[in-house]
Design a protein around this ligand. Structure first.
Ligand code: ADP
Ligand code: MG
Length: 665
C-alpha cells in the first residue's frame, strides 16, 4: 500500500469506530446530527471537496458528484425528519460514503498491484553500463552516453545494457524478461547479443552496435509504455457511455424526486416528498458507473501484462481486441516460418568464371562466394547474412591454416569484409542486391533479378533457394542455399487451426519449389511464391476484401520486404529478435522469441480478456438495472444500493485481475 492508501485506510477505521460508538450512545435529535457529522467528514471530506471543485470547473457529473449529492441528501432528509417532529436517520449517509471509500481503496490497491506486477515483469531497464578506463578499472556510465563501437563490460548478474557483439568471454544468458522463455541461452565470442538479457555466469566484453535509444531494451520499453494510449473499442465505449450516462442518471433522479409527488398532489393525495427523495437518492447511489469505468481498462491492462510476460508485446488494447477475432493468418516465409539461417549447400561457378581461374574449381568457387559476400555488405536480409558468414568461415579456415592469429581475431569479431572495396551498394526488394565491388558491378539475387537485368543464366544445379551472381553484366554462377523450418512451426499452424482460424496462407518471394515444399510440410492451406513486396500487399488486399466484416486478418512477418503488409493487415505481427527495426515499428504485436506458436497463445489471451470484459459489462449492468427498478418502486433501500455500487465494483475488479494469468490451453 502507498502512503496515500494507508491514510484512507486509517480514515475508514476511524469512521467505522465512530459509527459503532455513536450507535450505542443514547443521543437523538440535532445533537445526533452534529455527532454523525464527525465520521461523515472524516470519511468523506475529500469526496465532497472533489465534487465541489468539479462543479466549480463545470465538470459536474462524475462519481464524486453522485456520492456527494446522495450523502448530503440523506443527511438533509434526516434533519428534515427531526425538524418535522419525527426521528431522523443519519447512519445511511455516513455508511454510503464509508463503503464507497472502502471500494475505492480496494480498487486502488488491486490496480496498483497489477501495475507493479507488470512493471516487474518488464524490469529490463538497465541503470548503467560498465566501461574500462585507462587504468583498467571499471567505470559506471549512463548507457545513453555510450557511443556505437564502444567496448562495454557486463559482469555476471548484470543486465546487458546495449545491443552489441561479444568480443570476449562466454556465458549463459537469461532472456526470460524479453521472451518469456525460461531456459537460459548460451552465448560466446562473436555472437550478437541483445540488451535486456541478464548475464548469468561469465564476464562478457561487448562491442556495442547500436546507441542505447536504438537498442532492444529502449524499443521494448517505449512499446510497453505507449501501449495504454491505444484504446480498445470497449474502453472508448465506456468513456463515452459514462459521459452520457451520469447526467442521464442525475436528471432521472431529479424527476423521480419531484414528478411523482407533484402528480400525487394534483390528484389530491399526500405528496410525501421525503419518501420520493430517498428513492431518488438510492437510485443515484445504485447507478454509479465505477464498476465499469475501472474494471474494463484493468482487464485489458492485465491481458497486455500477461502477454508480455510470455514474450508477446501487444501495442494497445485495440489490438488485443482485434486478435480475439482473427480468422485468417498470413505468413511470410523466410525468417518467419523458417529460421532464416541459410546453409550454403552448393557453389556452382559458370564456365566462364572457371576458365578465368584456369579450371581451378576451388578457386572459382571462392571467387564466386567472395563477390556475392562483398556485394551483400550492406544488406540485412537473412540470405545476405548467410552468404557473409559462409565467406567468413572459409577465410577463417585459411587464417587458421596460416596461423595468422591477428586475422583470426578480426574474423571472429565479424570484420572480415575489408571496407573500401564496396562502393555504391543498392538493395532491390524481392530481387536482390547490386553493388560496385572493386569497381566491378556485381548483381546478386534471384531469377527475377537476372531477367530484369536481361542477363542469360543457367538453370539451377540443385533444389533449394538459388542465388544468382553476375559480374560486370555477365553471369558468373549461382549459389544454392537451404533454410530450415523453425522448430514449432508445424505446431503453430495446428494450434491456430485449433483456435478456430479458418485459413492459413504463406506469401513468399522465394521460388515455387521451395515454397511448396515448406507449405506441404507445415500443412498450410494456401501458398503464393515468387512475389515482390508489392505483390504481397496485393495478395493481402485480396484476402482482406474477401473476408467477413467481423473477421480479422493477421499478417506475420520479419519486416524484411514485408513492412508495408504488416501495416496493411488488420493486425501486423512481427518477429522481434530476428526482425528488422522497421518491422517492430510497423507491427501491432511483436513476438520476442520469434516463435510462431505464440500467435495462438496471443489469441487465447485476447479471447479470455474479452470474455472477462463482457462478463463484467453484463454483470454490472444487469445488477444495476435490477436494483434501479427495485429502487424506483421503493423496494430497494440504501444498503442494497451500496451493494449495487461497491459490491459490484469489487467483484468486477476481482474478475478483471484474472486477465493477468495466461491461459494454459
Ligand atoms: P520471403 O518472402 O521468403 O521472406 P523476401 O521477400 O525477403 O522473401 O525475398 C524474396 C526473394 O528475393 C528471396 O528469396 C531472394 O531470392 C531474393 N532476395 C531478396 N533480398 C536478397 C538479397 N539481399 N540477396 C539475395 N537475394 C535476395
Ligand atoms: Mg522475409
Amino acid at each position: 500500500m502507498t502512503k496515500k492508501q494507508k491514510k484512507v485506510l486509517y480514515r475508514i477505521i476511524a469512521a467505522s469506530v465512530l459509527l459503532v460508538v455513536l450507535h450505542f450512545l443514547p443521543v437523538s435529535g440535532m445533537l445526533a446530527f452534529a455527532l454523525y457529522l464527525i465520521p461523515y467528514f472524516v470519511i468523506g471530506y475529500d469526496i465532497l471537496r472533489k465534487a465541489f471543485l468539479g462543479i466549480a470547473h463545470g465538470q459536474v457529473f462524475d462519481e464524486n458528484f453522485l456520492m456527494a449529492v446522495a450523502t448530503v441528501g440523506a443527511m438533509a432528509l434526516g434533519v428534515y425528519e427531526e425538524l418535522s417532529g419525527g426521528e431522523g436517520e443519519f447512519v445511511e449517509g455516513v455508511a454510503v460514503m464509508l463503503f464507497y471509500q472502502i471500494g475505492e481503496l480496494f480498487q486502488a490497491v488491486a490496480v496498483g498491484k497489477s501495475r507493479r506486477n507488470i512493471t516487474a515483469l518488464m524490469d529490463i531497464r538497465p541503470d548503467y553500463a560498465n566501461i574500462e578506463n585507462e587504468n583498467g578499472e571499471l567505470e559506471q556510465v549512463d548507457p545513453d552516453d555510450v557511443e556505437i563501437g564502444t567496448v562495454i563490460v557486463v559482469q555476471p548478474g548484470e543486465k546487458v545494457p546495449i545491443d552489441g557483439v561479444i568480443i570476449s568471454g562466454s556465458s549463459t544468458l537469461n532472456t526470460a524478461a524479453l521472451t518469456g522463455e525460461s531456459v537460459p541461452r548460451e552465448a560466446a565470442e562473436g555472437d550478437e547479443i541483445i540488451s535486456g538479457c541478464v548475464n548469468l555466469t561469465g564476464l562478457l566484453k561487448i562491442r556495442t552496435t547500436k546507441e542505447f535509444g536504438e537498442s532492444t531494451v529502449s524499443k521494448i520499453l517505449d512499446l510497453v509504455e505507449n501501449s495504454s494510449m491505444k484504446k480498445s473499442r470497449s474502453e472508448n465505449f465506456i468513456s463515452k457511455f459514462a459521459k452520457v450516462y451520469t447526467p442521464a442518471v442525475c436528471i432521472s433522479a431529479l424527476v423521480l424526486a419531484v414528478l411523482p409527488p407533484i402528480v400525487l398532489m394534483v390528484f389530491g393525495r399526500p405528496a410525501n416528498f421525503p419518501t420520493w427523495i430517498i428513492r431518488a437518492l438510492t437510485f443515484l447511489v445504485i447507478s454509479c458507473p465505477c464498476a465499469l469505468v475501472i474494471s474494463i481498462p484493468l482487464s485489458f491492462f492485465g491481458g497486455i501484462g500477461g502477454a508480455s510476460a510470455s514474450g508477446i508485446l501487444v501495442k494497445g488494447s485495440n489490438y488485443l481486441e482485434a486478435m480475439a477475432q482473427t480468422k485468417y493468418v498470413v505468413f511470410d516465409k523466410t525468417g518467419t516460418l523458417t529460421r532464416g539461417v541459410f546453409e550454403v549447400t552448393k557453389l556452382c561457378p559458370s564456365a566462364a568464371l572457371l576458365e578465368e581461374h584456369h579450371g581451378n574449381t576451388e578457386e572459382a568457387r571462392r571467387a564466386l562466394l567472395e563477390a556475392a559476400a562483398y556485394a551483400e555488405s550492406y544488406s540485412g536480409h537473412p540470405i545476405s547474412k548467410s552468404l557473409k558468414e559462409a565467406y567468413a568461415r572459409t577465410i577463417a579456415e585459411d587464417a587458421a591454416l596460416a596461423m595468422q592469429e591477428e586475422r583470426k581475431e578480426a574474423i571472429q569479431t565479424g570484420q572480415v569484409l575489408q571496407p573500401g572495396r564496396v562502393t555504391d551498394a543498392q538493395e532491390i526488394g524481392g530481387h536482390g542486391v547490386k553493388a560496385l565491388v572493386d569497381g566491378k558491378e556485381v548483381c546478386v539475387g534471384n531469377a527475377k533479378l537476372m531477367k530484369s537485368l536481361g542477363l542469360e543464366y543457367e538453370e539451377a544445379c540443385d533444389v533449394g533457394t538459388v542465388v544468382f551472381v553476375a559480374v560486370d553484366g555477365a553471369y558468373a554462377g549461382h549459389i544454392i542455399i537451404s533454410d530450415v523450418i523453425k522448430d514449432g512451426a508445424k505446431e503453430a499452424i495446428l494450434g491456430l487451426k485449433a483456435a478456430g482460424v479458418k485459413k492459413t496462407v504463406m506469401l513468399t518471394g522465394d521460388n515455387k519449389t521451395v515454397a511448396e515444399s515448406v507449405a506441404k510440410t507445415l500443412g498450410l492451406d494456401e501458398v503464393k511464391a515468387e512475389l515482390l513486396p508489392a505483390d504481397k500487399v496485393e495478395a493481402v488486399e485480396a484476402l482482406l476484401a474477401a473476408k467477413g466484416a467481423k473477421e480479422n486478418l493477421a499478417f506475420v512477418g520479419d519486416g524484411i520486404n514485408d513492412a508495408p503488409v504488416l501495416s496493411r493487415a488488420d493486425i501486423g505481427i512481427a518477429m522481434g529478435a530476428l526482425g528488422s527495426d522497421a518491422a517492430i515499428e510497423a507491427a501491432d504485436v511483436v513476438l520476442m522469441d520469434d516463435n510462431p506458436a505464440k500467435i495462438a497463445v496471443a489469441m487465447k489471451i485476447a479471447r479470455k480478456c474479452l470474455r472477462i470484459v463482457y462478463e463484467n459489462i453484463v454483470f454490472a449492468l444487469a445488477v444495476k438495472a435490477i436494483c434501479l427498478i427495485l429502487g424506483a418502486v421503493g423496494l430497494a433501500n440504501m444498503w442494497l444500493a451500496i451493494f449495487a455500487d461497491v459490491g459490484v465494483m469489487v467483484l468486477a475488479v476481482l474478475n478483471a485481475i484474472r486477465c493477468l494469468k495466461v491461459p494454459k490451453n
